[in-house]
Structure formats: C-alpha cells, structure tokens
Design a protein around this ligand. Structure first.
Ligand SMILES: [Zn+2]
Length: 221
C-alpha cells in the first residue's frame, strides 16, 4: 500500500484491512454497516478490453490473480495499478456486499447489514463460457469457506445447455430476469457471446482466457 498508485479514500471508511482467511488482506467492518450503504468506490485504471488482454493472460498464471473489473463492453478498471482500499475486498459465494455500476463508476454496496468484525465480501462472478471445464474452475478456485461455496469464483454455470432454449427460458421467466442480469457482466446475455466472439475472433484466443470481475447490475438512477 506504499505504492504510488495507491489512492487512499478521502472519507473515513467503515472498514479496515487485515489479513483474511479467504485470501491476502481483507476488509473488515469496524462499525455496523446498514444494508444499502454505499461503502466505497472501486478505483482502477481505466483501460480498454484490448489493453487488458495485452496486460494479462490467465493461461500463464497458476492461480488467477488480477484486479480487473468490467465496466462495460469497452472498458475495464485495472486495480493492479491505480487502486484504493476496495481492491482488498475479497470474493465470497455468500456475499454481504455487491458491486454496482453507477454512471461509469463501480461502487461496493452493503447487500445485508454488516456487523463490526465481519469481513466485507462480494461475489466476483467472473464470466463463464461454455468451453470452461474443471481446469478453468481450478484456475479460479474459491476458498471462501461459505457452506454454499461453489468452489470457484466463476459465475455459476447456467442451467440451460442449448443457446436457443436458454434464450427462450430467460424470457418466459420474469423472476429469472433479475437473476441473469445480476450474473452478467457489463455486456449482457447473448451479447456477451457475440462481443466475445468478435473480439477474440481468429487469433486472439487470449481475450477469452482473461476474466474480470463483473458488477451485479447497473444501478438505475
Ligand atoms: Zn466460495
């Protein structure tokens, strides 16, 4: 944190950083945080998806470790360079926080009421593609320790296998709409595949091998 790229929050934060049993440093509440509270902005260097592909190649890492966060189809925040305390908030499959996009910024909000001493966590929900098997899950292993831990920080696998039927299903179920949005990245639904296909078409296999965190959803305001 002595890095010149560390830009500490100017406001007093409701958490402090300690070693975490999940990974590295974690963010722990120092006072009660009410559900719905905007806790901190996730700061990062704004780069293009293409630039992120150049910087990071998941295939060359034994365990995935980047601080990328998808803002939208074109833009990624890289907290591997410029960052604040938000970078240290760990992933959990049983989150008490969520990341929301608001007017081009990513903020971490309290999803539940959080008691002092509790670690702040949100679901990173890394994009999963059809070709991702056990190997990918191992690269994105999760050790959050939650009873419902899915074992990976990749977003949960989608139930419907066929593309066409999944699209139909998503439309027929109104409750699933909110859900699918919450798991999608800035580029959502079928668009993901298209966009990914475009970008990664032909040679650039890399872009399909690089994953970034995804916001839960966009905040309507
Ligand atoms: Zn987990």
């Amino acid at each position: 944190m002595t890095s010149p790229n560390f830009i500490p929050s100017t406001k007093p934060l409701p958490f402090e950083l300690h070693p975490s049993s999940i990974q590295g440093q974690g963010a722990f509440a120092i006072r009660r945080i009410r559900k719905g509270t905007r806790i901190i902005e996730y700061l990062g260097e704004r780069i293009t998806q293409a630039e992120a592909d150049v910087r990071y190649d998941d295939e060359s890492m034994a365990r995935h470790h980047t601080f990328l966060f998808n803002l939208d189809k074109r833009t990624v925040l890289d907290a591997g360079t410029i960052h604040n305390e938000a970078r240290y908030i760990n992933h959990s499959c049983a989150p008490n926080c969520e990341a929301l996009i608001e007017k081009g910024h990513i903020y971490i909000y309290a999803l539940t009421s959080i008691e002092p001493g509790e670690e702040l966590v949100y679901d990173y929900g890394y994009e999963r593609t059809e070709d991702m098997g056990p190997e990918a899950e191992a690269l994105y292993v999760c050790r959050c320790g939650a009873p419902n831990c899915r074992g990976t920080i990749l977003a949960p696998a989608k139930k419907a296998p066929a593309r066409k039927s999944s699209a139909k299903k998503a439309k027929t179920s109104s409750t699933s709409r909110k859900k699918s949005v919450s798991k999608s990245r800035g580029n959502k639904g079928a668009g993901v595949k298209k966009a990914a296909g475009k970008k990664s078409s032909a040679g650039t296999r890399k872009s399909t091998q690089r994953r970034a965190k995804s916001p839960s959803r966009k905040r309507a305001s």
